[in-house]
Design a protein around this ligand. Structure first.
Ligand SMILES: NC(=O)c1ccc[n+]([C@@H]2O[C@H](COP(=O)([O-])OP(=O)(O)OC[C@H]3O[C@@H](n4cnc5c(N)ncnc54)[C@H](O)[C@@H]3O)[C@@H](O)[C@H]2O)c1
Length: 323
């Protein structure tokens, strides 16, 4: 048996989730090729490693994708236009990344006959939940082009499965947090933004009353789920959630305790595309991929605070939530 049998293309591998996933794949003896256009990812997120190759390219370009897919046995597709707000402002631009770009990757993966395609979907496909926690079978009513684009990706993946036998698993990540999430973007994750404000002794900015809830999952658990999904024979759709919700005021209080910075939030008007309550059922994650979240919120936040306090630079934009 060869020493390093798996060769995985990771699109968006220089980004937040991508770089953690790449690290874990390398630790597990994968050969990894990253395809990234560095629009939000950074080379400095990635280690120097003899089994890692980095290719600059764009998922919207068929030739880039086909060339990057050559010789690969697995594909983890993470590259995307990740902002809900941008998808509302520019739905066509967003769809070129999130539908056409994703289709380029899926089509190339089918042609290359990879043994598994895993791709990032999102809890944003659900929209307003009829009941919580959200099961994969729940009715989908996305509130944004971003959520709709991720749903279209799920449908394309299923179709390419029946047309070309492409084995795929779409992972509906809930709200991901952890080191390397960039707080300088106005669309950054809510935890990165709150923490950035608190560590600068500025009030965290909340859109609406702060009673909206989210299910936060640590990026290390997302990387574990991604790798397990690549190695699993399961196909279809699976939530990747912690299975617990907390409201934003509770989150700010917890961050206050952990950082010893207690500042009441500043409230701005609610965003129309914000979901009020969110919490995922992670039973399928456990049954299909044998993954239980390893970090609870306090543990994950402590890891993040440790990382951020070593390299903190303050930013001024208010927070938006995305999933
Ligand atoms: N972070 C979350 O809370 C969350 C939640 C649900 C789903 N997701 C999904 O997970 C995936 C990764 O998100 P992330 O949080 O790591 O974001 P990120 O912005 O850190 O990573 C995205 C990466 O993709 C690259 N990229 C963007 N457009 C590209 C293109 N056209 N061609 C090639 N590379 C391109 C960027 O440079 C970046 O490295 C995305 O598909 C996102 O929609 C994230």
């Amino acid at each position: 048996m060869p020493t390093y049998p798996h060769r995985a293309l990771v699109t968006g591998g220089a980004g937040f989730i991508g770089s953690h996933s790449v690290e874990l794949l390398l630790e597990n003896n994968f050969n990894v090729r990253v395809l990234d256009n560095f629009s939000s990812g950074h080379l400095s997120n990635l280690p120097t490693h003899p089994q890692l190759e980095v290719v600059v390219g764009d998922i919207r370009d068929r030739d880039d994708v086909q060339a990057a897919m050559q010789g690969m046995t697995h594909c983890l597709h993470l590259a995307a236009q990740v902002s809900v707000a941008k998808s509302v402002e520019d739905p066509i631009g967003s769809a070129t990344h999130n539908i056409l770009g994703a289709l380029n990757v899926m089509h190339a993966a089918a042609n290359a006959k990879v043994s598994k395609l895993v791709y990032a979907s999102s809890a944003a496909v659900y929209g307003i939940p009829a009941q919580l926690p959200l099961l994969e079978e729940a009715e989908l009513q996305p509130l944004s082009p971003y959520g709709l684009e991720k749903w279209v990706d799920e449908r394309y993946a299923a179709l390419l499965g029946s047309l070309h036998g492409l084995p795929s698993l779409g992972l509906r990540y809930f709200n991901v947090y952890g080191p390397r999430q960039d707080p300088s973007s106005p669309y950054a994750g809510v935890i990165a933004r709150f923490l950035d404000r608190l560590l600068s002794h500025q009030a965290p900015v909340v859109f609406g009353d702060g009673r909206q809830t989210r299910d936060f999952i640590y990026v290390g658990d997302i990387a574990r789920a991604n790798m397990a999904a690549l190695l699993s024979a399961q196909c279809g759709i699976c939530n990747v959630a912690n299975g617990q919700q907390i409201d934003l005021l509770g989150l700010i209080a917890l961050l206050g305790q952990l950082t010893n910075c207690h500042l009441p939030p500043q409230h701005l008007p609610a965003n129309a595309e914000d979901i009020r309550y969110s919490c995922g059922n992670n039973q399928r994650l456990t049954e299909w991929l044998a993954i239980e979240p390893k970090w609870n919120l306090t543990e994950g936040l402590s890891e993040l605070i440790h990382y951020v306090s070593k390299s903190h630079v303050a930013h001024d934009e208010p927070v938006n939530i995305r999933a």
